[in-house]
Design a protein around this ligand. Structure first.
Ligand SMILES: NC(=O)c1ccc[n+]([C@@H]2O[C@H](COP(=O)([O-])OP(=O)(O)OC[C@H]3O[C@@H](n4cnc5c(N)ncnc54)[C@H](OP(=O)(O)O)[C@@H]3O)[C@@H](O)[C@H]2O)c1
Length: 252
């Protein structure tokens, strides 16, 4: 019997990471999912995944605090050992939030926090987790359509997401020799809690954004989550160092 595949998803308690956990579980893949503060939602994710008959655990992690990564990787190792699994199949970096402020009013602290969460975390956390990955391992970084087109008030967020797309290419180049492939998943506007839920809850914003999307509506979490098993599958085994945008054709 093939060993149980386990994918580590940061930010699995809500939104896109939560949907990805659900779809991976349906595909028979176990999940180590992280949350920052929303433990109840993380436990609901675990219940949902285990109901599909695959293992799951929720671990608390603030991705902005790299000083906790050693303790976190020890907890990941313990979870894998508990399931008698040797390696992580993939790491998917969904944890994150946005800052919405005009460029001229964005503070140094807001910028620094964006870079910590969206650049330092995929950079340093992936480093820490690499010893748990083997040939065939996959890493999925997460950017945003806002790194390709501009949206007023997203300079710090989008600059950080742009950096992660460059990081992906360097990771792919340097880890390819170990058989690890690294890609960037690039969602367009999706109706989640992100940004205070503005795309989902503000009818005017929702309509305006949908008007710029070829498929005529904003995305739903499952538009992204359902794609994650495919992005990690052997069928996309020849893709590395690339950005894969899932935006319904936003701002083409
Ligand atoms: N929604 C969109 O339109 C959109 C578009 C493009 C890209 N993205 C990107 O997709 C990712 C997920 O977004 P989403 O829409 O799913 O957001 P969401 O619904 O707000 O969920 C955010 C998730 O990230 C976790 N999180 C936030 N800050 C964290 C931190 N410092 N350390 C650890 N975990 C943290 C949250 O944990 P708690 O539940 O514990 O708070 C939650 O699980 C983000 O990187 C976002 O930038 C989103």
């Amino acid at each position: 019997m093939a060993p149980q595949q386990i994918v580590l998803i940061t930010g699995a308690s809500r939104g896109l990471g939560r949907s990805a956990a659900r779809h991976l579980a349906r595909a028979g893949v176990g999940v180590i999912g992280t949350y920052q503060s929303n433990r109840a939602e993380a436990e609901a994710m675990v219940a949902e995944v285990t109901a599909s008959g695959v293992p799951a655990v929720a671990l608390q992690l603030d991705v902005a605090d790299a000083s906790t990564f050693d303790a976190f990787t020890a907890a990941v190792t313990e979870a894998l050992n508990g399931w008698d699994v040797e390696h992580l199949h993939a790491v998917v970096h969904f944890a994150g939030y946005g800052v919405h402020a005009p460029y001229t009013e964005t503070s140094a602290q807001q910028l620094e926090q964006m870079l910590r969460v969206h650049v330092s975390a995929p950079f340093l956390l992936t480093q820490a987790l690499l010893p748990m990955m083997t040939t065939g391992g996959r890493i999925l970084n997460v950017s945003s359509g806002l790194a390709r087109f501009t949206g007023p008030g997203y300079a710090a967020y989008a600059a950080a997401k742009g950096a992660v797309e460059v990081l992906t290419r360097y990771q792919a180049a340097e880890l390819g020799g170990r058989g690890i492939r690294v890609n960037t998943l690039v969602p367009g506007a999706i109706a989640t809690d992100f940004g205070g839920g503005v795309v989902r809850d503000d009818a005017d914003v929702n309509r305006a954004v949908a008007g710029a999307i070829a498929l005529g509506r904003v995305g739903e979490p499952d538009d992204i989550g359902a794609a994650v098993p495919a992005l990690l599958s052997d069928g996309l085994g020849w893709a590395t160092g690339t950005r894969i945008e899932l935006s319904g054709g936003q701002s083409l």
